[in-house]
Design a protein around this ligand. Structure first.
Ligand SMILES: *Cc1c(COP(=O)(O)O)cnc(C)c1O
Length: 402
C-alpha cells in the first residue's frame, strides 16, 4: 500500500462504513491534479461528482474564500447581507429563472423542490389536502434524505430505511408514455435528471426532455430538472436541459455551484412557484450565508470568464472521440455529453478492479454501479491531459484482458 495506512486505519476505526473508498490518501489538489500523502500525482477524473468543475483550489476561489472569511461568514437569514442578493441576481441572470432559494447540499435543494411542488399543488392547482403526487424516474439519484430515497429504485439506498413518505412514484427513465400514464389530477411535479449521473451516465433519447415538458404543460404538472450534477457547464451547456432546447418550470443546482469550496445549492423557479414560500414555511441556518453566497457568485463568474462551458463542449467531444477509438474487448460502450462520460465495461470485468489499476497508474476514477467507469474531470482540463488519461486507460485495458 503506497499511501499512509494510519489515515486509512483511523477512518476505518472511527468512521461509519457507508463508503468503500479506493486505497489512496489524498492530501493536496491543484487544477486537475491531486497528490497523495506520499507525493504521488493523480489526474482527477471524478471531480468529486462534478463539485470540482472549476479545478481543485482554483486561485481566484481560494482568494475569494479567504477574503470573505476575513469579512463576514454566517449571520443567519434573520438579517440581510451585502452578499446574498448579488449572488441570487447573478444566478437568475445567468439561468433566466426569476426566483431562487439557496440551500447547502444537493439533497436539501431537492427536498426544497418537492416541498415547493407540493405546496404549489395545494395552493395553485387545488389538489386536495395531502394528496399531491411526485413522479420521478427509475434509476434516479436525487440525494440521501428520506423523502428523496423514497423516490429511489435502488435497493441499497432504501433497504432498512423505511417507511417513506407517501405520494411518491417512479416510472422508467426515457419513457414518454410511462409519464403520460402516471400523471393524475393530483400530480404536482415530475422530477428528472437530464442525464442520470449516479445511475451510470445514462443519456435519454434526444427530445425526451422536450416531450416531457409538453406532457407536463398539457397536464399542469411542474417539470423540475435535477441539474445538480449535469448543470453549470458539465455537459457542454449551462444547463443540460438546454440541449433539448427547453426551460423547465424549475431547476435544482448544487455541486459546482460551490466552486469546489463549500456546499452551495439552490432551487430555481418562477414567481408563481416560489411565492408558495412565506416567512417561517421553510429555511436553513446555513442556506444563503454570505461566505457561500460570495463563493457561489465567484464560481459563476469564473465559469463564464474562463469559458468553461465551451471548454466542456469541445474537450468533452474530443475526449469521447478518443475513448471511442480504443479497440478493446473490455469496452461495451462509451457514452455521455460534454465532460460527463461513462465507459461501460463488459460484464466479465469489474469496473472497480479497472479503477484500482487506473489508480496505480495515476488516474483517479470510480465505478458507478459495477460496470461503468466515470470520466468527469474538472472542466479546466487541457487536451494534453486528456491524451494522458486516454493513454493510461489504454494501457490498463491492454494489461487487463482476460
Ligand atoms: C449529488 C447529487 C445529488 C445530491 O447532492 P448532495 O450534495 O450529495 O446532497 C442530487 N442529485 C443529483 C443528480 C446528484 O448528482
Amino acid at each position: 500500500m503506497p499511501s499512509n495506512n494510519l489515515s486509512i486505519a483511523l477512518e476505518d476505526q472511527y468512521g461509519a462504513h457507508h463508503y468503500a473508498p479506493l486505497p489512496v490518501v489524498l492530501s493536496r489538489g491543484q487544477g486537475v491534479y491531486l497528490w497523495d500523502d506520499t507525493g504521488k500525482r493523480y489526474l482527477d477524473m471524478m471531480s468529486a461528482y462534478s463539485a470540482v468543475s472549476h479545478g481543485h483550489c482554483h486561485p481566484k476561489l481560494v482568494k475569494a474564500l479567504c477574503e470573505q472569511a476575513n469579512q463576514l461568514t454566517i449571520v443567519s437569514r434573520a438579517y440581510y447581507t451585502d452578499q446574498l442578493g448579488h449572488f441570487l441576481q447573478s444566478l437568475a441572470t445567468l439561468t433566466g429563472f426569476e426566483k431562487i432559494l439557496p440551500m447547502n447540499t444537493g439533497a436539501e435543494a431537492v427536498e426544497t423542490a418537492i416541498k415547493a411542488a407540493r405546496k404549489w399543488a395545494y395552493t395553485v392547482k387545488d389538489v386536495p389536502c395531502d394528496q399531491a403526487e411526485i413522479i420521478a424516474c427509475a434509476g434516479n439519484f436525487h440525494g440521501r434524505t428520506l423523502a428523496v430515497i423514497g423516490l429511489s429504485t435502488e435497493s441499497q439506498y432504501r433497504e432498512g430505511f423505511g417507511p417513506f413518505p407517501p405520494g411518491l412514484k417512479t416510472i422508467p427513465y426515457g419513457d414518454i408514455h410511462a409519464l403520460k400514464e402516471a400523471i393524475t389530477p393530483n400530480t404536482a411535479a415530475f422530477l428528472v435528471e437530464p442525464i442520470q449521473g449516479e445511475g451510470g451516465i445514462i443519456v435519454p433519447p434526444a427530445g425526451y426532455l422536450k416531450a416531457c415538458l409538453d406532457i407536463c404543460r398539457a397536464n399542469r404538472v411542474l417539470m423540475i430538472c435535477d441539474e445538480i450534477q449535469t448543470g453549470l457547464g458539465r455537459t457542454g451547456a449551462l444547463l443540460a436541459c438546454q440541449h433539448d432546447g427547453i426551460k423547465p418550470d424549475a431547476v435544482v443546482l448544487g455541486k459546482a455551484l460551490g466552486g469546489g469550496m463549500l456546499p452551495v445549492s439552490a432551487f430555481l423557479s418562477n414567481r408563481e412557484v416560489m411565492d408558495v414560500f412565506t416567512p417561517g414555511g421553510h429555511g436553513s441556518t446555513f442556506g444563503g450565508n454570505p461566505l457561500a453566497a460570495h463563493i457561489g457568485a465567484v464560481a459563476l463568474k469564473i465559469l463564464i470568464e474562463e469559458k468553461l462551458i465551451e471548454q466542456a463542449k469541445t474537450l468533452g467531444k474530443y475526449f469521447q472521440e478518443q475513448l471511442k477509438t480504443i479497440t478493446s474487448s473490455i469496452i461495451r460502450e462509451v457514452r455521455g455529453k460534454g465532460l460527463l462520460i461513462g465507459v461501460e465495461v463488459n460484464a466479465h470485468y469489474s469496473a472497480r478492479s479497472l479503477c484500482l489499476k487506473l489508480l496505480e497508474q495515476g488516474v483517479l476514477s470510480k465505478e458507478t454501479h459495477s460496470t461503468t467507469i466515470r470520466f468527469a474531470p474538472p472542466l479546466v482540463i487541457t487536451k494534453d491531459q486528456i491524451d494522458d488519461a486516454v493513454r493510461i486507460f489504454k494501457s490498463v485495458l491492454e494489461s487487463s484482458v482476460l
